[in-house]
Design a protein around this ligand. Structure first.
Ligand code: ZN
Length: 113
């Protein structure tokens, strides 16, 4: 890679230009009390996560949770810095679980009526 300021060729792992001292575009991580680490910038992933958790109480939100989860995974693929893959998978898996749970209760109700 090359320095964006002066064009000096740099080693891949270098953080600063050896010629002009400009910092190489290393990912800048801004930490606000660890908040940014826990909360990804992938909004879809968060929606999926919270809808998925909520679907345990109210099964109907499991469908949008799965949809936003899949959209969030696609978003995370295109924007790896946004993260949120774990949140997506939690949202999707919890939603599938609550769908199965809902199906099970409907099955029990249908059987007993
Ligand atoms: Zn330079």
């Amino acid at each position: 890679m090359f320095c964006a300021k002066c064009g000096q060729e740099l080693a891949e792992e270098s953080l600063f230009c050896s010629k002009c001292g400009k910092s190489v575009n290393a990912p800048v991580v801004i930490l606000r009390d660890g908040f940014d680490v826990f909360i990804p910038r992938n909004v879809l992933a968060l929606w999926s996560y919270y809808l998925g958790i909520f679907s345990l109480l109210c099964g109907i939100t499991s469908l949008p949770a799965i949809v936003t989860g899949i959209m969030g995974l696609n978003y995370a693929k295109k924007h790896p810095e946004a993260k949120g893959v774990v949140h997506c998978w939690v949202g999707i898996i919890v939603s599938i679980f609550s769908l199965l749970l809902m199906a099970f209760f409907i099955f029990l109700l249908a059987k007993n009526c």
